[in-house]
Design a protein around this ligand. Structure first.
Ligand code: GDP
Length: 433
């Protein structure tokens, strides 16, 4: 999926445009408790193309002076994006900071689309010609406040997206990534897996823009490890910031089928672990929880069970995720990892036939009658699976308003009980019929 970054001085209107582009999609926090969304990275859609948008202004690096901040933002955009929207303020003209950003972007060879914001009415369009001098060709007049000009801007942005048919070709390959707090052992685990499994030397270069992708083969199955952690150590200022590491994790999640949520057995579970896991859950990815550094823990049969109970209590929204205990360092129990990833992925892509699905749903309804609201009873007509990754079901009903969330959860649990779905979230929608 292509990535678009928005760069520009503070107050040129980046966040307003960002919010307009991603619309309400970002606010679907659903039932993941404790997950606060960083509004710096989200999905958007234009002309049937979905892409990701980064608001580089959301990544502040300490109290660096403006020019330094601008330089960092431009570099983040260059590192992370396929296309850059360079935004200037049409009411202020070109400033020194704009020139500075332009210089950096110009050197990068990334496609840059110039947006002149705050052109709130047509008379102001005559003023945008001065922006040609920035050297990025035609300036696109927009108004974030009034939502004007965005269509033309996006038409231009979409034109520059790279062709990604390669990703389609890798249909049966399982892509997975590792996320977790600093020092939980992400890099160590990637290295251990690569040392242990058969790494395929392939012609995949070109697909690895900002992560190191390593293809491996295990039990007749191809996997690709998306390693963003390993890319960190280039020594740029912003790479140490919390928001940038979140951004990196989100990008890795985006490309993954399965996400390994790493937890440090030594330091135990922290609140931050929950936020990180929440991203993967919200994105509908398959999830395996990995408790690393298991070599340090004094183990009896009970330790594992106790740790598992703690995880289950803490990550209730991940009750479907299998838990693997291992040591990246000693490779103890490492052999349990790949099979868990495979199972999670199989369930993530599982299709249930409509017949069998409806038997399960109708049995559930017979056991626990549908709710009534204002004297009206919910009627379930039939259910069908509409997609995979994650498995998503539509239940056709007389009136979706009558589908109380507790009843929806009951049906979800029944579907889970019947079909397993270990390692994957499932989604249920109700529609009027
Ligand atoms: P990252 O920041 O998540 O990529 O973590 P690293 O892979 O850099 O590991 C952080 C530290 O934890 C390093 O000092 C590793 O040697 C150590 N570490 C990683 N995995 C294990 C493990 O399984 N057992 C022990 N004892 N230490 C580990």
């Amino acid at each position: 999926k292509s990535v678009v970054a928005i760069v520009g001085r503070p107050n040129v209107g980046k966040s307003t445009i960002f919010n307009r582009l991603v619309g309400e999609r970002i606010s679907i926090v659903e039932d993941t408790p404790g997950v606060t969304r960083d509004r710096i990275y989200a999905e958007a859609e234009w002309l049937m193309t979905t892409f990701s948008v980064i608001d580089t202004g959301g990544i502040e690096i300490g109290d660096e002076p403006l020019l330094k901040q601008m330089r960092n933002q431009a570099e983040i955009a260059i590192d992370e994006a396929d296309v850059i929207i360079f935004m200037v303020n049409g009411k202020e003209g070109i400033t020194a900071a704009d020139d500075e950003v332009a210089k950096i972007l110009f050197k990068s060879n990334k496609p840059v689309v110039l947006a002149v914001n705050k052109i709130d009415n047509p008379e102001m369009r005559d003023t945008i010609y001065e922006y040609y001098s920035l050297g990025f060709g035609e300036p696109f007049p927009i108004s974030g406040a009034h939502g004007l000009g965005l269509g033309d801007l996006l038409d231009e942005v979409v034109k520059h997206f790279p062709i990604t048919d390669k990703e389609e070709a890798e249909e049966d390959t399982i892509y997975f990534s590792l996320i977790g707090r600093p020092n939980v052992g992400k890099s160590s685990l990637v290295n251990s897996i690569i040392n242990e499994e058969r790494v395929i030397v392939s012609e995949m270069e070109g697909t690895t823009r900002d992560a190191i992708d390593t293809p491996i083969r295990k039990d007749d199955q191809n996997f690709v490890i998306i390693d963003t952690a390993g890319m960190r150590k280039r020594g740029k200022v912003y790479e140490k910031t919390e928001k940038y590491s979140v951004l990196r994790a989100l990008k890795a999640i985006e490309r993954s089928d399965v996400v390994l949520v790493l937890i440090d057995a030594e330091t135990g579970i922290r609140e931050q672990d929950k936020n990180i896991a929440g991203y993967a859950h919200d994105a509908g990815r398959a999830i395996v929880i990995v408790v690393n550094k298991w070599d340090i823990v004094e183990t009896t049969e009970k330790t594992m069970k106790d740790f598992e109970n703690k995880i289950r209590a803490h990550f209730q929204f991940l009750n479907y995720a299998p838990i693997v205990f291992l040591s990246a360092k000693t490779k103890k129990r490492l052999h349990t990892l790949m099979p868990s990833i495979k199972i999670a992925s199989e369930n993530h892509t599982k299709r249930i036939s409509t017949n069998i699905l409806n038997e399960v749903v109708m049995d559930a309804i017979a056991m626990n009658p549908t709710p009534t609201f204002k004297g009206k009873r919910l009627k379930v007509l039939y259910a069908t699976q509409v997609s995979v990754k994650p498995p998503s079901f539509v239940i056709f009903v007389n009136d979706p308003e009558l589908m109380h969330f507790t009843y929806k959860r009951f049906l979800e649990n029944k579907i889970r009980d019947a079909f397993g779905f270990v390692g994957t979230p499932i989604k249920i929608f109700s529609r009027k019929r």
